[in-house]
Write a protein that binds this ligand. Structure first.
Ligand SMILES: [Zn+2]
Length: 135
C-alpha cells in the first residue's frame, strides 16, 4: 500500500455523523430516528443523539466506471460499504488508495463532503468519503 500523504494524515476535520441510540434496547440508528422501530411506543423520549467516531472497516467495495455528472472529475472511483465502529453501515467514496490495495477489513476514517448543489431549490447533497488510516 502506498504511504498515506501528509495532507490526509494531518487533516483535522472531524466526522460529523450524528445518529441516534434507543435507550430502551441500545440499538443505534443512522441516520437518526425519532422512534425505534423495535420498541416503538417504549422508545418515545428514549432516543438520544450520538456522534459517530468516524472510524470503521471496509466490508465490501467496487470500482465504478460509469460516468456520473457529480463525479466526473473522479471517474473511475471506488465505492465502499463501511461498517462503523458503532455497528452502522455507510456507503461512500473510498479515496486516496488504489483499487488493488483495497481489502475487506481495511481500517478507514470517514468524513462528510458536499457532493453537489441543486441550484433551483438550493438543495445540497452530502455524501461520505472514506480514506485509509493506520491502525
Ligand atoms: Zn429500541
Amino acid at each position: 500500500m502506498m504511504p498515506i500523504p501528509r495532507f490526509w494524515r494531518e487533516i483535522k476535520q472531524r466526522y460529523k455523523g450524528i445518529g441516534s441510540v434507543c435507550k430502551n434496547c441500545e440499538k443505534m440508528y443512522f441516520p437518526p430516528r425519532k422512534i425505534c422501530p423495535e420498541c416503538r411506543r417504549e422508545s418515545f423520549q428514549n432516543m438520544e443523539p450520538v456522534e459517530l467516531d468516524g472510524r470503521g472497516e471496509v466490508v465490501t467495495y467496487t470500482e465504478i466506471h460509469e460516468p456520473h455528472t457529480e463525479f466526473d472529475k473522479h471517474s473511475p472511483y471506488i465505492m465502499a460499504i463501511v461498517e462503523m465502529k458503532e455497528g452502522v453501515r455507510l456507503t461512500g467514496h473510498l479515496v486516496n488508495v488504489d483499487l488493488e490495495d483495497v481489502e475487506s477489513g481495511m481500517k478507514v476514517e470517514a468524513t462528510m463532503r458536499k457532493l453537489g448543489e441543486e441550484s433551483r431549490d438550493g438543495m445540497i447533497y452530502y455524501g461520505y468519503k472514506f480514506w485509509p488510516v493506520d491502525e
